[in-house]
Design a protein around this ligand. Sequence first.
Ligand code: GLN
Length: 287
Amino acid sequence: MVTIGELYANVKSMLKKVDIDTYRFESKCIMEHAFKIELPRLLLNADSAAPDEIVKFVHSMVNKRSTGYPLQYILGEWEFYGLPFKVGEGVLIPRPDTETIIDTVLKKYNADKNSSPRIADLCSGSGCIAVTLKKEIPDAHVTAIEVSDTALEYLRENAELNGADIEIIKGDVLDESLAEKLEQFDIIVSNPPYLSKNDMDNLQTEVSFEPQSALDGGQDGLEYYRKMTSIWKNKIKPGGLFFYEIGIGQGEEVKEIFLENGFENTEFSRDTADIIRIVSAYRKQED
Ligand code: GLN
């Protein structure tokens, strides 16, 4: 017999033993996921016996996590900008860094105020950006484009889960014929794959379980910025805005790519760790 309190203590010590820095937080998540109740309330019954099936379930989660498998995939759901998103193998996990793109779009959108903007999210993945923008700007028409069938399933589920009425298109953002078919947008946003060959060779264990296609940005990590900017630049209305999430240290190069493609007034925005995370630019009024 193991009590709930003992089980919780075991989870913490097992995760700590495998050097998971956030073991306290993760133990809380695992316990709450297994018992379907908030930890402080659960621990009011710390001396009660934990049901066998739950003990087994908790141990299976801890064992999986101990191999470096991401907590988010184990839980199957993760929060982004205060909203729930279903996640699992085959879809990139929404990251807090990416919330910066939402804040930046909202800041600029409120400054420029354009009613019912047409927004496209390229490489939409779980849909965290597209869905959140639709929730924040309800009168926007949001189009999410994603190529992976697995990611598309999550995207659809997440739009429905959050009651976000967005348009979802299966397609490759590097396919010029796809861009040609669509009308112009006021705003394009994207968190494309941006890791370099060197980053890909040295992935953190957790990240190595995520889809390579969502991470690999070619030799220098900038392949998608080069190709997407050139393919999509005419799909932004003159005076419209393009926002990219970028990797650490890619700011100057992505700014240069924007300038070479007829954009102006580029701006950097920083994430909560004070790292330049977003580059935005306006399409010139006439070029
Ligand atoms: N932010 C991710 C990471 O650091 C990379 C995501 C991406 O390439 N867009 O692992």
